[in-house]
Design a protein around this ligand. Structure first.
Ligand SMILES: Nc1nc2c(ncn2[C@@H]2O[C@H](COP(=O)(O)OP(=O)(O)OP(=O)(O)O)[C@@H](O)[C@H]2O)c(=O)[nH]1
Ligand SMILES: [Mg+2]
Length: 361
């Protein structure tokens, strides 16, 4: 899964990125610090798998990961070439979701490109720039598709109609997500629209703050987005400490811990956006692994995540809920107790399932 981080210059994107990854992307009190795209791979740890892996005697744990893409800030007028323009948006066109960082802290020492702190104004500025960027993509694509559609190609005719609807929506200042992609259009081949992606707002709040500003919360609600509060700089600093020191500082500052730790909220929020279920593969003496699958997908899709050969040769799956496996203490006991079930390819996977796919090579 890939996530793109957007926001104004100095909003705190790279600080968040550093906190998420501790990868050391440069963060400095200077707008446009990030001029090369940075990609960081963040493991999504899950306590459920840790516990199951211990009981089964797995050799190690391999976590599923999220890629975060940090790009340069966008300013008002970016689509007309202001600031660094929107040249970096290409780097996040193919992500699955957007994290939109908005400044909500009041530290006067940090320059704001608009001269004052106003999260809702900033959000609207960025959304407008993203809409313009998508508009440009749609216009360009439309020019080509019109030609193919003239020949009567069915897919091209459907795509043209879709692009025209998009054009109207974007020109009216509305995001692309309101216009669904018709079945005839090959998503991979057509435009990748940023404003069609789900959004998680990260309000970059003062240290110790845990509240999303009311205006941001209401805006997020109105567009079906998520919203969490993080103090990016504090989290970046804490991520450099060892766990004990970080926990002590968190307690001092009244910052969230465990499942409520801000970075957990960001990663989990991103997963919520994409409506993903976790599932696990665990065997004695082998690496245990976590995976993610869109809600509603089946054992057959799960097999495909693990390996295309396993999907191709799918015979059946042994499935058990992670806590049932934990309670049983092992596969053999679970089989006796009847909690380990045989399922066919159409079984709808549930969050926290442990699966073993039987396949013919
Ligand atoms: N007080 C305070 N300062 C912050 C916070 N988050 C970021 N900063 C500071 O704001 C400045 C800019 O932060 P960055 O994370 O580099 O911002 P950015 O959004 O990546 O900026 P560009 O890459 O220029 O677009 C740095 O000096 C940070 O230390 C915060 O939560 N509180
Ligand atoms: Mg940056």
């Amino acid at each position: 899964m890939k996530v793109g981080i957007v926001g104004m210059p100095n909003a705190g994107k790279s600080s968040l990125f550093n906190a998420l990854t501790n990868a050391g992307a440069e963060a400095a009190n200077y707008p446009f610090t990030t001029i090369e795209p940075n990609v960081a791979v963040v493991p999504v740890q899950d306590d459920r798998l840790t516990r199951v892996a211990a009981v089964i005697g797995a050799s190690s744990i391999v976590w599923d990961t999220v890629d975060f893409h940090d790009i340069a800030g966008l300013v008002r007028g970016a689509h007309e070439g202001e600031g660094l323009g929107n040249q970096f948006l290409a780097n996040i066109r193919e992500t699955d979701a957007i994290v939109h960082v908005v400044r909500a802290h009041g530290d006067d020492a940090v320059v704001h490109p608009e001269g004052s702190v106003d999260p809702l104004r900033d959000i609207e500025t960025i959304e407008t720039e993203l809409i313009f960027a998508d508009l440009e993509q749609v216009e360009r694509r439309l020019e080509r598709v019109v030609r193919t559609a003239r020949g009567g190609d069915r897919a091209a005719v459907a795509e043209e109609a879709w692009l025209r609807a998009l054009l109207e929506e974007l020109q009216a200042g509305r995001p692309a997500r309101g216009i669904p992609v018709p079945d005839e259009v090959d998503r991979g081949q057509s435009v990748h629209l940023i404003t069609a992606k789900p959004v998680l707002f990260v309000a970059n709040v003062d240290e110790g703050g845990q509240e999303v500003p009311e205006a941001v919360r209401r805006h997020a609600e109105a567009i079906g987005a998520g919203a969490v509060a993080v103090s990016s700089r504090l989290e970046a600093e804490l991520s450099e400490l060892d766990d004990e020191d970080a926990a002590a500082m968190r307690a001092d500052l009244g910052a969230g811990t465990g499942a409520d730790a801000p970075l957990e909220l960001v990663v989990r929020g991103a997963f919520e956006l994409l409506q993903l279920n976790a599932f696990f593969t665990v065997g004695a003496g082998k690496p245990a692994q976590s995976w993610h699958l869109r809600r509603g997908l089946t054992a057959w899709h799960a097999a495909g995540q693990i390996h295309s050969d396993i999907q191709r040769g799918f015979v059946r799956a042994e499935v058990i809920a992670w806590d049932d496996l934990l309670a049983a203490g092992g596969y053999a006991q679970a089989r006796e107790q009847g909690t380990l079930r045989l399922e066919g390819r159409d079984y709808a996977m549930r969050d926290g399932d442990v699966i073993t796919v039987k396949f013919t090579p």
